[in-house]
Ligand binder design. Structure first.
Ligand code: PLP
Length: 453
């Protein structure tokens, strides 16, 4: 029986990433308030936030400094755009700060409202750049299977998940997907991680050659794949991939929308994985999700090409009304200040061994095939048979069942593609709360096992 609020919800709202039929009878979980890593629903029940919202509320809930930064900026100047030569302090300062923090040489910053828009913009900028450089055929973008880069028409095309393509008539032309660096599922018997990485670089090279290198413009990758099941690449993967990209003059876009700002214990995920992209997309933890904001970090070579096009065409014809929104920029600036002042990334590094150990221990559970972890993010793959790695029929929705039992235990986690349960707590989670998270998840796994047998 739905509550009044739930009934009103299902009669009015379309929920993203939701079975629209099922929710009509179950209704949504209505959350009311949050503090630290805890959320409370409309009945007052408390939940440990094990997913930082959607991999984004890095500083947890109820951060008064962020609230204050937003209200101060709202009072002063709630909005002005940065089109046609206008600007404002928060956008300028935030762009400077991002340039200073950048893990690779960055010349300029372009603001968006989301990660999807950032990756969409990346794709447009690559096309724009190659037109400026006089190579109009070099336009294809290579992504990877299991990648998640967003849901706009272009970024959903880059996403390598069937659920984002089926019946949306995607991907669009000119997007290709190469093999995911998923050692547990895709390594051949006896193949070392090093050999697996070598094979994946060869796969990429074969794809570029098959397409014609003169038609391949860019490659996009998350340091650690998030929504694809938290896939952590083998150590030598990115250097090997980058050698191929260099050989064929293929631009490298790093999607740091999840890994950026401390998730792996380093300011950017690429620093933890020996990855050197040319351009970078960020969003989510940029503002700890207190405001919607993303950014494209642009290298000098790309900026020079943009200048050239702007000279030729009279204007750089791209931008969102809310690009560099002053309130979002002020909150992001405050977020970056807090990361630095409170040594959040160093503190993440100190918490990783405990998080990793609790995660690894889950592999003893009869339902867990692999517990993949990097920094403070993990993917727990559910299997029917640990030896053969055989999975349950996806229709049975085992990972979703674990998530439902976890919710009952007062823990919020997510199920994603590949029957995996993902964990990505706010970076400010305490050691005691990490233990609480894994205790609750273990109980949810036990209850799933009881349910199945
Ligand atoms: N890129 C990555 C790696 C993501 O995880 C996401 C969202 O989860 C996106 C891009 C898209 O970001 P948004 O949902 O803000 O459009």
């Amino acid at each position: 029986m739905l509550t009044n609020m739930q009934a009103r919800d299902v009669e009015t709202l379309v929920h993203p990433y939701t079975n629209l039929e099922a929710i009509r009878s179950t209704g949504p979980l209505i959350l009311e308030r949050g503090q630290g890593v805890w959320l409370h629903d409309s009945d007052g029940k408390a939940y440990l936030e094990g997913m930082a919202g959607l991999w984004c509320t890095a500083l947890g809930y109820g951060n008064e400094e962020l609230v204050e930064a937003a209200s101060e900026q709202m009072r002063k100047l709630p909005f002005t755009h940065i089109f046609g030569g206008k600007s404002h302090d928060p956008a300028i300062e935030l762009a400077e700060k991002l340039k200073e923090m950048a893990p690779v040489p960055i010349s300029k910053v372009f603001f968006t409202c989301s990660g999807s828009e950032a990756n969409d913009t990346q794709m447009k900028l690559v096309w724009y750049m190659n037109n400026a450089l006089g190579r109009p055929r070099k336009k294809k973008i290579i992504s990877r299977m299991r990648a998640y880069h967003g849901v706009t028409i272009a970024s959903a095309s880059l996403t390598g998940l069937a659920g984002n393509h089926n019946d949306f008539d995607l991907p669009i032309a000119g997007v290709r997907h190469t093999t995911a660096p998923h050692y547990y599922r895709l390594a051949e018997p006896g193949e070392s991680e090093e050999d697996f990485a070598t094979r994946l670089a060869a796969d990429l090279e074969a794809l570029i050659l098959a397409e014609g290198p003169e038609t391949v413009a860019a490659f996009i990758a998350e340091p650690v794949m998030g929504a694809g099941g938290v896939i952590v690449p083998p150590k030598t993967y990115f250097p090997k991939i980058e050698a191929v990209l260099k050989k064929y003059d293929v631009f490298f876009i790093g999607d740091e929308v999840i890994c950026g700002f401390g998730r792996l214990g380093t300011p950017f995920g690429c620093q933890a994985l020996d990855m050197k992209p040319n351009a970078i997309s960020v969003a989510k933890a940029l503002s700890s999700a207190y405001q919607p904001i993303g950014a494209v970090m642009i290298p000098e070579e790309m900026y020079q090409a943009m200048l050239e096009e702007s000279r030729k065409l009279g204007s750089f014809g791209h931008g969102f009304t809310y690009s560099g929104h002053p309130v979002a920029a002020a909150v992001a600036l405050k977020t970056l200040e807090i990361y630095e002042r409170e040594s959040i990334f160093e503190r993440v590094r100190a918490k990783i061994p405990q998080f990793a150990a609790r995660c690894a221990a889950l592999e003893d559970h009869p339902l867990v095939g692999e517990a993949r972890q990097a920094g403070l993010v993990a993917g727990i793959e559910i299997v029917a048979d640990k030896k053969t790695r055989h999975q349950f029929d996806p229709k049975l929705g085992f990972a979703a069942k674990v998530v439902a039992f976890a919710q009952d235990e007062g823990l919020i986690v997510r199920s994603v593609f590949g029957d995996a349960v993902t964990i990505c707590p706010p970076l400010v989670i305490s050691p005691a709360e990490i233990d609480e998270l894994f205790d609750r998840l273990t109980r949810a796994l036990d209850r799933t096992l009881d349910w199945a047998t």
